[in-house]
Design a protein around this ligand. Structure first.
Ligand code: HEM
Length: 59
């Protein structure tokens, strides 16, 4: 997966089911897998929108 190809669905999946795709260099099973139970749908969508709007480009 290339930078810039990670859309809203990918962000949502990464929060709700973190092991579905694990970024190279990271081991699986580190990120908690229960955010779907801890957060409301509105909180999830707010997080997704927030992360999607971050400017994380490296110089
Ligand atoms: C509300 C809290 C959190 C949010 C919104 C969140 C969101 C995300 C997202 C979107 C990714 C995918 C990044 C990518 O592949 O480009 C990710 C990956 C990751 N997160 Fe979290 N995270 C949270 C909490 C945590 C916590 C508490 C930990 C560990 C204690 C953690 C550990 C990791 C690790 C190690 C990865 C990389 C492995 C992978 O790609 O699945 N996260 N997180």
């Amino acid at each position: 997966m290339q930078r810039g190809e990670k859309g809203l669905d990918f962000l949502r999946e990464s929060i709700l089911d973190p092991n579905a795709f694990v970024e190279e260099g990271f081991p699986p099973n580190i990120m908690p897998g229960n955010f779907g139970e801890l957060l409301t749908d509105t909180e999830i969508e707010t997080l997704v929108a927030y992360i999607a709007n971050l400017d994380c480009r490296t110089p």
